[in-house]
Ligand binder design. Sequence first.
Ligand code: 13P
Length: 339
Amino acid sequence: MTEMLMEDVAEQLVARGKGILAADESTGTIKKRFDTIHTECTEENRRNYRELLFTAEGISDYISGVILFDETLRQTATDGRRFADILLEQGIFPGIKVDKGAKPLAFSEGELITEGLDGLRERLAEYRELGARFAKWRAVIPISPGAPSPYGIEANAHALARYAALCQEAGLVPIVEPEVLMDGEHNIDECYAVTETALKAVFDELYKQRVVLEQMLLKPNMIVSGIGCPEQADAAEVASKTIYCFEQTVPASVPGIVFLSGGQSEEQATLNLNEMNQNSPHPWELSYSFGRALQTSALQAWGGKTENKEAAQHAFIHRCQMTSAARDGRYSSDQEKQA
Ligand code: 13P
């Protein structure tokens, strides 16, 4: 595994029936998730929770790579094995979130810019030593009456490309994630317009900065209605507008598009992914890199209690099975009820 070419890693991450588990919540974000189950955010609880996910029986049938947070990449499981090794032993690529979060963009109210470029070359070299084979950087693009501006989109696209080029220099496959947020009352067509503009800017910067498209994956939002929009688009509309948007913006040399779930329910994200894959083939593999849509049920079932470990693993594997089926266009919501 260690000597694999980046294009082969990228291809394997989007192998049929498989996708990525985003388990790279920062300490602040995992605390928010633990708050929902009234569980204290200690290092031990974070370790126990990640351990139950990564050791769930059958995970490698559905998960090709796991994105980790810095702490987790350095952490060991209760039996003393490093998490990175536990994944590698199962044929799962460990990945690493390398951005340092989104901060307010100067002179542009309501917009954000992702930080973390300073010292990134050195951090990437260390992460590769620690076993990471791919990386993630998330740019955040909120929609509001005054945003996004061309300035906000350009600044984020530029940073994404700087990150991606450094990753490839270090031998890590970059996951390029420009996330247009679902928050707001905007309709699906506004989401389309902003996403199309953002993706055009991102691929323009990737080209200028000499990023090799065969050696990366794109992690976008689906084109959906804002959470507060009174008219919610159905899966058929989400799928057709999302695919049309990529046809306009994403070169066919990109091997795969791995969606974030972005706050959609587990079932909704699965349905939408399925709908897109039922209308295949497409120039790129359409797969998943879900955080919440793979973990919410498992987190609830666990509730921070050791005795619930098996129930949580069961819930997690069920979500993996449903999402994997959707990745191949084989999902129906009846399968949820049968479980
Ligand atoms: P969600 O699927 O919960 O949006 O998380 C994916 C992710 O990695 C966001 O950066």
